[in-house]
Ligand binder design. Sequence first.
Ligand code: ATP
Length: 505
Amino acid sequence: MRKVQPRYARVCECAHANYDMENLMEKIISLAKRRGFIFQSSEIYGGFSSCYDFGPLGVEMKNNIKRAWWDEMTKNQEGIVGLDAAILMSPRVWQASGHLTAGFADELVECKSCHKRFRADEVRSTKYEETKKKSSNLQTSDFRIRRCPECGGELTEPRKFNLMMKTFVGPVENEASLTYLRAETCQGIYMNFENVLNSMRLKIPFGIAQIGKAFRNEINPKDFIYRVREFEQMEMQWFCRPSASKTPRNRRGTKRGTDAEEKNNWGPDEWFEYWKKERLNWYLKLGIKKENLRIVEIPEKERAHYAKRQIDIEYKFPFGWHEIEGIHNRGDFDLKNHSKFSGQDLSYFDEETGEKYIPYIIETSGGVDRSFLVFLVDAYQEIKGGRTKTTKATKEIEILLKIDKKLAPIKIAVLPLVRNKPELVKKATEVYQMLKPYFACQYDELGSIGRRYRRLDEIGVPFALTIDFESLKQDDLTIRDRDTMIQERVKIKDLVKVLKERLEN
Ligand code: ATP
């Protein structure tokens, strides 16, 4: 949530060392549009600021990211169930959560000459970056910047700007029908804490996971899909004891129990450390380079209003290190406030120990759109002269999207060696129809085979299947691996099994 943070170091030293960093974002934005990942919203009307549409490849990849997160949380982890709450909620939710007050507001400054508006922490950060080298105790909030970064004009004093998006429910637009588009998905989880607890007969500790849209009236949306006004969050709220058990118990009565029994005794500090590690590992497991990820502990002064402890997982984007996910110890802030405002007791009774308490919450809060950008940027490679030395392509720059197989929008491409031989086209079409129900497939017959391979590399297709003249005799084809470019012959009857294995490993 809101916090003051140094932003926008322009130069990226090592993360994507081979590229011209200034242009890398432009290249990625261009690729995203050219190949159907992301389009500007309402483009024929000149675009709609900070809103983007995910194209045919974009929606596949976005769904794959969400699926990977959902599987990680609900299948690979213990004790987490899912939820899909409504975007619109009672406005009282937002009163209780603190979102209608200064807690959910950015500081805004406006240029008196060009009237451009900025987040105060962003305009402070340049000065901060310069001076921090001399004194490590400084915080961005220690700086007052009076000049517009665009035209040098004088800036107004910072004023608070609330980020909640208003809307009206029903035919009459007045105070009584006013509510808000949710600014974070987690409030829907708190609203359903008791419903889920009771209907699923859960015991603490347990978690509720949710993926859904959130809206923030950002002052200065920028950096493509990094900061937008409409985005998706992947959030998990972990409900646990307010403190570690002082008299650790386990069912066998021994000093040390099983791993699961040990964990039952953990308090928020232990769970915070656990989730910090798990969430960082998720990005690593999906192929993000270790050197492009870091964890930043947020000092008390800069934390979100509800957070007792907060770390950000940051990624080294071409435009600097920036948050992609936050882990927060929210304490009992949310359930306590919702109990108070609603008059419903949201405390938990532990039948085994006889204790009654308001559970603490450890939150993992990531963005689908920011993750999407991370996976795109991290996978992007340019190879001067190309990888294939046998084709005419050697003078060109080849683009390779080395994205994890799980996330790749298209898994398999089926290619007849040439398109003017009906027998090859017929066989390739049959293979394509056979694979389509199992995998996200593409059929491509246009251009030379080398050019087609490069087109597929550019969108990160892990396997390209080529039907050649040998295929007509042997009923087999070649599988080309995107990363190694090694081609192997496989019998068509074994294809589904072989591809399933390769995509899973
Ligand atoms: P920032 O400081 O960058 O504005 P935040 O600290 O306010 O982010 P949180 O409230 O912790 O963000 O939200 C959790 C996650 O939701 C973020 O880590 C990010 O991935 C995503 N998110 C938040 N705001 C936006 C936005 N405007 N555009 C895209 N994703 C966002």
